[in-house]
Design a protein around this ligand. Structure first.
Ligand code: SAM
Ligand code: SF4
Length: 461
C-alpha cells in the first residue's frame, strides 16, 4: 500500500523488547519526545504486567502534562445512511437489504441540531454514507454543515462542525472548507492492503489508494486539521498502529503536517453484517488499553478520540491513559436524536453503541474523577490549527489557554443545562481548579465568569 511499507512493519513486529529496552524508551517519553517506529514497536511488544504498568504510568504522565485534566466533548450527527459502497463490516453497506435508508432533509438536520443544542452540545461530528454522485454528495455535505451552523437555540449555537466523510477531490474539499468545517476525519479502516481489498468489495471505497490520498487532498485544499484512524478488528492491531504511525511520518514529510487527532474505533456488531459479528482480528480490552497508551507516548501532541463504541467503564479508564476527546449519547442513525423517535434504531443504525449514558451522566462521571469536560472550540475559531497549534502546543503554551477556556465552557454548561446535583459537583470542581491558577489567570477567569453571570456567552481566550 502506498505510503506504508508492509515489509518494514512485519520486521518491526518481530521485535521483542527487554525490560531495559522499555525503560530506555520510557525515559525518553518523560521529555514528551516523539518516538521512532522502532521504539513504538518495542512498547507494543510488551506483555509482561510489570512493564505494562510502567507504560500506563508513563502514558498517564504525558497525558496529564500536555492535556491537563481537560476532556473535550462532542456528539456525532448522522445525516444519511445512503451508501453506494459495500464495506463488509458496516450496517450501511449497499448490499444490506435490511437497513432502512434515510437521508435527512435540511429541515430535519436543523431539528436534530436543535435537540442537541438543548442538551448542551457545542461540537458536532457530521457523518454520512457516500452515494455514487460526487456532485450530489458535496452539495449535500456543504448544505448539511451550513444547516447545522445556522441553528440558534436561545443564543446557543454549534461552535464547530467536524466531519467524517468519504474522500473527495481538492475542489470539493475547498467547498467543505468554505462551509467552515473544523476537522476532516477519515479512517483508513485497515492499512493491510490484502485485507482492505477483501473487505471493500464494491463502490468508490474499494480503491484503497484513493482513500489513503484523501488527507493529502484535504491539505492541498487548505484544510490543515485532519483526523485519521484504523478500524480495529479488521487486521492485526499492532500492524495497524505501526502502519498508521508510518502514515503520519509520510504526511509530515510530504506536507509538513500530521493529523490533529487519531481515532481508535473498534469494530462492533452491525445490522446485516456477518463479518462484524465475528471479526477476524478481535482484540482484548487489555490489548486495546495498551495500544491507546502506546499511541499517547508515540505522538504526544496528537489528540486521541474515543467513541461510544467502548463501554463506560473502559472509557473512564482510557481518559487517564491518553484519550483527549470523547463523544456522548451518540446515535448512529440518521434522525436518531428525535425525541420519541419513530425511527427503528435497530434497522437504521450503523453499529452497536456500548456507552449509552446521557451527556449529563458522562459530564458527572468525568468530573467525579477530577476531569474538566470542555465544550471549547476556541483554537479553531482563532486559527490556532495545524502548524500554528503545534507551535503553541510543543512549548506547553496551549495548556493554560485551554484550561481557562475549558473552565469557561464548563461553567456555561453547568449554568444552562446541567441537573442540580451535577451543578453542585461541577461548581465544587471549578473552585478546586481556580485554587490552582496563578493570579493573572485567575483574574482573567473571574472576569469571564462575571460576564457569564451577566448573561454573556461564548467568550474565549
Ligand atoms: N462513509 C464514510 C466512510 O466510510 O468513510 C464516512 C462515515 S462511516 C459512517 C464512519 C466510520 O464508521 C467508518 O470509517 C468505519 O471505520 C466505521 N464503522 C463502520 N462499520 C463499523 C462497525 N461495524 N463497527 C464500528 N465502526 C464501524
Ligand atoms: Fe458506506 Fe462508510 Fe459504511 Fe462503508 S463504512 S458502507 S462507506 S457508510
Amino acid at each position: 500500500m502506498k505510503h506504508v511499507n508492509e515489509t518494514k512493519i512485519n520486521s518491526l513486529l518481530k521485535i521483542e523488547a527487554t525490560g531495559k529496552n522499555i525503560d530506555d524508551v520510557l525515559e525518553k517519553t518523560t521529555c514528551l519526545e516523539r518516538l521512532t517506529l522502532e521504539e513504538s514497536a518495542k512498547l507494543l511488544s510488551v506483555t509482561d504486567s510489570v512493564l505494562l504498568k510502567k507504560i500506563y504510568n508513563a502514558a498517564a504522565y504525558v497525558k496529564n502534562t500536555i492535556y491537563g485534566r481537560r476532556v473535550v466533548m462532542f456528539v456525532p450527527l448522522y445525516i444519511s445512511n445512503l451508501c453506494a459502497n459495500t464495506c463488509l463490516y458496516c450496517g450501511f453497506a449497499s448490499n444490506n437489504k435490511l437497513t432502512v435508508r434515510k437521508k435527512l432533509t435540511i429541515l430535519e438536520i436543523k431539528e436534530q441540531t436543535e435537540i442537541l443544542l438543548k442538551r448542551g452540545h457545542k461540537r458536532i461530528l457530521m457523518v454520512a454514507g457516500e452515494t455514487s454522485s460526487s456532485k450530489e454528495n458535496i452539495d449535500y455535505y456543504v448544505n448539511g454543515v451550513k444547516a447545522i451552523y445556522s441553528v440558534d437555540y436561545k443564543g446557543n449555537k454549534i461552535k464547530r462542525v467536524n466531519v467524517n466523510l468519504a474522500p473527495m477531490s481538492v475542489d470539493n474539499f475547498k467547498k467543505l472548507k468554505e462551509a467552515g468545517i473544523g476537522t476532516y476525519q477519515i479512517f483508513q479502516e485497515t492499512y493491510h492492503e490484502k485485507t482492505y481489498r477483501k473487505l471493500h468489495i464494491a463502490g468508490a471505497k474499494s480503491d484503497h489508494d484513493n482513500r489513503l490520498d484523501a488527507i493529502g487532498n484535504a491539505f492541498k485544499a487548505g484544510i490543515d486539521d485532519v483526523g485519521i484512524g484504523p478500524l480495529l478488528g479488521l487486521y492485526y492491531h499492532r500492524f495497524e498502529i505501526l502502519a498508521m504511525l508510518m502514515h503520519i511520518e509520510y504526511l509530515e514529510k510530504t506536507y509538513g503536517l500530521g493529523p490533529h487527532t487519531i481515532s481508535v474505533p473498534r469494530i462492533e456488531p452491525a445490522p446485516g453484517s456477518v463479518y462484524a459479528l465475528n471479526p477476524e482480528y478481535p482484540l482484548t480490552d487489555e490489548e486495546f488499553k495498551k495500544l491507546v497508551a502506546v499511541l499517547r507516548l508515540s505522538v504526544p501532541y496528537t489528540g486521541i478520540i474515543m467513541s461510544t463504541r467502548e463501554t463506560a467503564d473502559l472509557r473512564d479508564v482510557l481518559v487517564n491513559l491518553g484519550v483527549s476527546q470523547i463523544s456522548a449519547e451518540s446515535k448512529v442513525t440518521p434522525g436518531g436524536y428525535e425525541e420519541n423517535s419513530i425511527h427503528n434504531d435497530k434497522l437504521e443504525r450503523q453499529f452497536s453503541v456500548n456507552d449509552q449514558r446521557s451527556l449529563d451522566e458522562i459530564v458527572q462521571s468525568l468530573m467525579s474523577q477530577g476531569f474538566i469536560p470542555s465544550f471549547c472550540a476556541a483554537c479553531y475559531r482563532k486559527n490556532r490549527t495545524g502548524g500554528h497549534f503545534m507551535d503553541l502546543a510543543k512549548p506547553g503554551k496551549i495548556k493554560h489557554i485551554c484550561d481557562i477556556n475549558a473552565l469557561i465552557t464548563l461553567k456555561e454548561y453547568l449554568d444552562d443545562f446541567a441537573k442540580p446535583e451535577i451543578k453542585k459537583i461541577g461548581y465544587k470542581l471549578i473552585e478546586e481548579c481556580k485554587a490552582k491558577l496563578d493570579k493573572s489567570s485567575l483574574d482573567m477567569l473571574e472576569n469571564f465568569f462575571q460576564n457569564i453571570d451577566n448573561g454573556v456567552r461564548d467568550k474565549y481566550v
